[in-house]
Design a protein around this ligand. Structure first.
Ligand code: HEC
Length: 157
């Protein structure tokens, strides 16, 4: 029962996030080459995406691998712990592709606070996943995924 409840919580989060990302799947700037800093932070965020995708699969049951959920949650937490630093360098005006908006460095304190929250939520998810209690994992996952869209709306092109 608990598992089912946690699953439906998860699926709610997964659906919201899938909607949030559907417009982002048009890869902006792929024609233009990313400059190295842009590539670096992009790839940190790609770890987040892949971890999210596999956690969603494990929750849906479209993939079954014992112990993997906790490992993906660790990957997510690890990537989240690098995310703020990955954006620290002010790259406004640099030549090349990026989806990062200038507002990141205009409002650095706000952006940094959001990244700190994302990091803390992802760390809590990793702890919950390690414990294996679905009634804690579901809400922690939902909370972690709640950071994505609001930041992208403000700070990503
Ligand atoms: C505090 C802000 C912030 C948070 C939180 C955040 N992102 Fe991002 N994300 C960005 C910015 C800014 C970029 C664009 C980076 C660039 O191109 O230089 C980005 C890029 C990405 C990319 C690269 C591909 C693309 O479409 O640009 C993916 C994938 C991604 N984010 C997924 C996620 C997911 C999943 C979450 C939540 C679990 C998340 N992000 C949370 C700010 C954030």
């Amino acid at each position: 029962m608990q598992v089912n409840r946690a699953r439906s919580l998860f699926m709610g989060a997964v659906t919201c996030t899938a909607i949030a990302f559907s417009s982002a799947s048009i890869a902006h700037g792929d024609e233009e080459k990313r400059f190295p800093e842009s590539q670096y932070r992009h790839d940190v965020m790609e770890f987040v995406k892949y971890a999210y995708g596999n956690i969603a699969q494990l929750m849906k049951g479209t993939a079954e691998h014992d112990g993997h959920l906790a490992k993906h949650a660790q990957i997510m937490a690890s990537a989240a712990s690098m995310a703020k630093a990955a954006f620290e360098k002010d790259t406004r005006g640099m030549e090349g592709a990026t989806e990062a908006r200038d507002e990141i460095w205009e409002n650095w304190d706000d952006f940094a606070t959001r990244m700190d929250k994302f990091e803390a939520d992802a760390a809590a998810l990793a702890t919950a996943a390690e414990g294996g209690d679905m009634s804690e994992i579901g809400p922690a996952f939902k909370k972690t995924m709640g950071n994505c869209k609001s930041c992208h709306d403000e700070y990503r092109k």
